[in-house]
Design a protein around this ligand. Structure first.
Ligand code: BTN
Length: 255
């Protein structure tokens, strides 16, 4: 069961996150949902485009109205954990690649775009956008921007599962999982569950931030604000905050 208050469904839309932001500004209640079969201007993190052809994917945005700004750094994790658990319910070895991708067998299956809108110091809403590749048609083609450089190549739920599944059943499971965690967002259990499902834990990765040269580091754990602790080769622990950060596995020969 979930407590979705109001739903707007589209056959085609630019971006569900953009529509949800406008609807939230016009007074959409907490837990309103925007869902589209196709997006023509789907957005990923860092101004990348997100591929959502018709009939193939899940693309939706949930409008959340937090009472406090204290938990806002946990919302991307909330979306990722809800998707990760829903895929695990299907028997798939899903993991969360910090900050907000969901991988199956080290291949990207889902992306999360959590966007906050503020009025002065007050948080107005969080738009939690979730895109899941469900059928093989939802996997971006090789000429899709950024595709070729992806260290965790895209896949879809059906390919990993080896059988078809109903997109709407998966949506229900994700929403149920999400609504179940939402009241416990501040609880240590949430952080523990997020951390337990992290991909690449203990592994050495290259961390790319902007144009700076990559930093080699080992993934350790999460802080209460959702930032990631990594160990540098010197042994020093560094805290990474969400932003334009990318993690790539270190080639085993250069460890
Ligand atoms: C990423 O991996 O960079 C995040 C991708 C987020 C895609 C979803 S699909 C539904 C919602 N609407 C958008 O335009 N983007 C998000």
């Amino acid at each position: 069961m979930n407590q979705i208050s109001s739903i707007r469904t589209f056959t085609t839309i630019g971006s569900t996150n953009d529509y949800a932001a406008e609807w939230a500004a016009q007074g959409a209640p907490h837990l309103s949902l925007v869902i589209a079969d196709e997006q023509t201007a789907g957005r990923g993190r860092g101004d990348r485009r997100w591929f959502t052809p018709p009939g193939a994917a899940l693309a939706f945005s949930l409008i959340l109205k937090p009472h406090t700004a204290q938990t806002i750094t946990r919302y991307a994790g909330l979306g990722a954990l809800a998707v990760c658990h829903s895929l695990q319910d299907l028997g798939l070895p899903a993991r969360i690649k910090w900050p907000n991708d969901v991988l199956i067998n080290r291949r990207k299956t889902c992306g999360i775009l959590a966007e906050a809108s503020w009025l002065g110091d007050h948080i107005q809403s969080i738009i939690l956008g979730i895109g899941v590749n469900v059928t093989p048609q939802s996997v971006p083609p090789p000429d899709w921007p950024g595709h070729h450089e992806h260290p965790f190549p895209p896949t879809c739920v059906q390919t990993e599962l080896g059988r078809p599944l109903d997109r709407h059943d998966l949506l229900q499971t994700i929403l149920n999982r999400l609504c179940a965690w939402l009241p416990r967002l501040e609880h240590p259990d949430f952080l523990r569950a997020w951390e337990e499902n992290l991909a690449l834990r203990g592994e050495w990765v290259h961390i790319y931030a902007g144009d700076a040269s990559p930093l080699k580091a080992q993934i350790i754990n999460l802080n209460p604000d959702g930032s990631l602790n990594v160990r540098l080769p010197s042994g020093r622990i560094q805290r990474l905050h969400d932003g334009e950060i990318h993690l790539r596995p270190v080639d085993s020969s250069t460890k």
